[in-house]
Structure formats: C-alpha cells, structure tokens
Ligand binder design. Structure first.
Ligand code: C2E
Ligand code: CA
Ligand code: CA
Ligand code: CA
Length: 282
C-alpha cells in the first residue's frame, strides 16, 4: 500500500488506517527485532499422564515472545502472520530452532531430566526446500540428537499441500526428528492422509478441551480423537488444560499427555528449570 499514493487512502476508514499503520509498524519493527534482541522464548512444560495417576514433565514447548520498544509485548498470534507474509519467519524460525535447542543443552548440563523440545513450525518454513537440511544442520551445530526435537506443524499447514507434506515429513522422520500435528481437529484432515503422515502425535486443540466438562459434543470429539489416534498408533496430547475436571476426563479416556495453565503457564528458561526441579523434589 506504501506506493499507492495519497489518494488510495481516502477510501480507508480511520480504523482501517490505524490497523494498517500498526501492521506496517510491526513489520518494520520485526525486521530489526532479531538483531536488537527483542525476541525471546518462553517454555511451557508438557506432562505425561502415567497409569498410576501421576504426571511428570517430559517436554517443553518453545513459544516466541516479542517485546516491542513502544508497543510492549506483542502476541505471537498478531506478529507471526506478519512474519509469514513478509518472509521474516525464515530467519526468525531458524533463530527459534537454534535458541530452543541450545536451551535444551543448557538444561541437560544443569542436570535436568532429558526432556523433549517441541518447536512450532510455520507453513512457510515447512514449504521451504531447505527445511530438513536446516534442521539437521542446527541439531549438529548444537550437538543435540534428533530424537530430542519434536516439530509441531498445524493441521491446516499439513493439509495445504498434503503430497508435499508427506515428502517433507518423510525426510524429517528419516533424520530421526519427531513430528506432531498441532491444533488437531481444526483443519479438516482427511483420515486417509493422517495414515500417511509421518507423525507420532496429535495435539488436541484447546477449543475442544475448553468446555469438556459441560459440553457432551466436545467430550465425544475428544474421545473419538483419542481412540482413532490409538488405533493408528499415535500419541495424543491435549492442550489448554485448565481444570482438574478436564484433566480427569482426559486421563479416563487414555490421553497420553497434557499441557496447560492447570500445571503451568509458559515460563522464561530459568523459571522453567526451577519449576521442573521443584516438582521433582515435591
Ligand atoms: P499454539 O502453538 O497452539 O500454542 C498454544 C498457545 O496456547 C500458546 O499461546 C500458549 O501460551 C497458550 N496456552 C497454553 N496453555 C493454555 C491454557 O491452559 N489456556 C489457554 N487459554 N491458553 C493456553 P501463545 O504463546 O500466545 O502462542 C500463540 C500461537 O502463536 C501458537 O499457538 C503458535 O501458533 C504461534 N507461535 C508461538 N511461537 C511460535 C514460533 O516459535 N513459531 C511459529 N511458527 N509459531 C509460533
Ligand atoms: Ca504449538
Ligand atoms: Ca496448538
Ligand atoms: Ca493454535
């Protein structure tokens, strides 16, 4: 819109103008955010639900945070789409991968149990030719075995171009990297593709978890996803678990793992390590 000249703007309402001005400000800010060290990662613990009714931390999901000098904290839900449309998601995504795996090394060195690191992948990164090699390169540079990394791809991104998705998943799988389908249930996967996707885990979207205790339909959906995953040999992780009632239902249905505010919000690296240590000695 920058080059359209003054007249193009006369059709904009002031609200649209404010929105596009913010989008431009974010895009320009994002260009410098990496070098200015405004990006950081928070980590949310992921828990395995054991048969004895216990739960233990088995992994962390890395979640991007951006502190803008004037706007304060900007939500990834707002800036990731801008990073995608501008192509900035490629350098940012590479930084996320490197930083998350380096953090995992630091936790290993500090004596934390060997956790899995889950890293979100954008569809733009996934479509990029270089992805499997890039992932291999970063793992090697950091000195982390591929098995410790789990890449999260949204169901929508996988179904965008399922044939391409299968090729990339096969390459990542061959390298030993774990894959999970994020936001499962929101992206219309066809079951025939699900069988061919090289994934080990389905992450049940939080929109189905939210009303589990009052909504019989959501219970039926979650139950069906867990059964289907079981039949296909896939693990399940429910996201957005906030209450004991939700947890009890998920446990009863045989869901393998959970994450959510009931256990912990995403935390800075230091606080995450303290959380894991405190829980291990509790
Ligand atoms: P997502 O991958 O589905 O991540 C889960 C989101 O739910 C996170 O929001 C997390 O903070 C939030 N959450 C976790 N537990 C609960 C809960 O119990 N209740 C509720 N209401 N929310 C919970 P966040 O951190 O704002 O991230 C939003 C989205 O931004 C992510 O959704 C993901 O799609 C994207 N994102 C974040 N970091 C990255 C990244 O490094 N790369 C890419 N490509 N996308 C990212
Ligand atoms: Ca995710
Ligand atoms: Ca998700
Ligand atoms: Ca999501």
């Amino acid at each position: 819109a920058k080059r359209d000249g003054r007249n193009a703007y006369r059709f904009f309402t002031s609200e649209m103008q404010a929105q596009s001005a913010r989008a431009l400000q974010l895009e320009n800010g994002l260009r410098r955010a990496l070098e200015r060290r405004q990006l950081s990662l928070h980590y949310q613990p992921q828990f395995a639900l054991d048969d004895d009714g216990q739960s233990r931390v088995v992994g962390a999901e890395a979640l991007l945070r951006w502190q803008h000098p004037e706007l304060g904290w900007v939500s990834p839900a707002e800036f990731i789409p801008i990073a995608e449309s501008s192509g900035l998601i490629l350098p940012i995504g590479e930084w996320v991968l490197r930083e998350a795996l380096s953090q995992l090394r630091r936790w290993d060195a500090a004596g934390l149990p060997a956790l899995t690191m889950a890293v979100n992948l954008s569809a733009v990164q996934f479509r990029h030719d270089d992805l499997p090699e890039l992932v291999g390169r970063v793992l090697e540079a950091v000195g982390m075995p591929a098995e410790r990394l789990e890449l999260e791809l949204t169901e929508g991104a996988a179904m965008d171009d399922p044939t391409m998705a299968i090729t990339v998943m096969n390459e990542l799988h061959a390298r030993g990297v774990g894959l999970s389908i994020d936001d499962f249930g929101t992206g219309h996967s066809s079951l025939s593709y699900l069988k061919r996707f090289r994934v080990g885990k389905l992450k049940i979207d939080q929109s189905f978890v939210r009303d589990l205790t009052d909504d019989a339909e959501d219970r039926a959906i979650v139950d069906a996803v867990i059964r289907m995953a079981g039949a296909l040999g896939l693990q399940t992780l429910a996201e957005g678990v906030e209450t004991e009632g939700q947890l009890a239902f998920l446990r009863r249905q045989g869901c393998h793992a959970v994450q959510g505010y009931l256990f912990s919000r995403p935390l800075p690296a230091e606080a995450f390590a303290e959380f894991v240590v405190a829980r291990a000695s509790a």
